[in-house]
Design a protein around this ligand. Sequence first.
Ligand code: DX5
Ligand code: ZN
Length: 215
Amino acid sequence: MPHIVAPSLLAADFANLQRDVEMVNQSKAPWFHIDVMDGVFVPNISFGFPLIKAIAKHAKKPLDVHLMIVQPERYITEFKNVGAHILTVHYEASTHLHRTFQNIKEAGMKTGVALNPHTPVSVLEDILPDTDLVCMMSVNPGFGGQKFIENTYKKMAQLRQMIKDKGCHTLIEIDGGVDMKNYKKLLLYGADVLVAGNTVFSSENPLKTIETLMK
Ligand code: DX5
Ligand code: ZN
């Protein structure tokens, strides 16, 4: 399967959001990545339902919504209603992950679980068959524009092996610090989805940058 690039709108110009959403519509990127932060699970606050609803109105591609919030299970229906297609919750924020996945699926969305840099891949042993996507955080969540953590490659190799052993079709998503220097190596290590915020939106020619990342 060809890989996916998911531009993270956290790095977009919020005063020109429609323009940036249209840019992604016209680009080769198959998904949008949307980062929701609550100021509790992570030290930053990003945006909530009204903004996602506004994005969904213009977006012509699936919204991959990454929840960096405590008790994400409280808001599954709301995220569906504002237009989420994939709903990713953090392993570290979920006491009943299996039930949360059931509820996400019942609401008609794909499931994702995100792992912080310190969380070992082994915790996914019993939940992997129930998820469509694993979002491997390659920075500490909360901010865009941070430096890629090199230990991610080791974790990717472990996850790739686990997916193979179990015969799953789970997508591996890499989130944080993806740039023009490391994206090829990430693909070699088996990344299916590359999230890219600053690399896309701070570049001189975002359309061209996305095209390169899709190669
Ligand atoms: C970080 C977010 C990322 C972020 C990536 O907490 O989950 O999606 O937007 O930004 P870059 O690509 O700039 O590291
Ligand atoms: Zn994210």
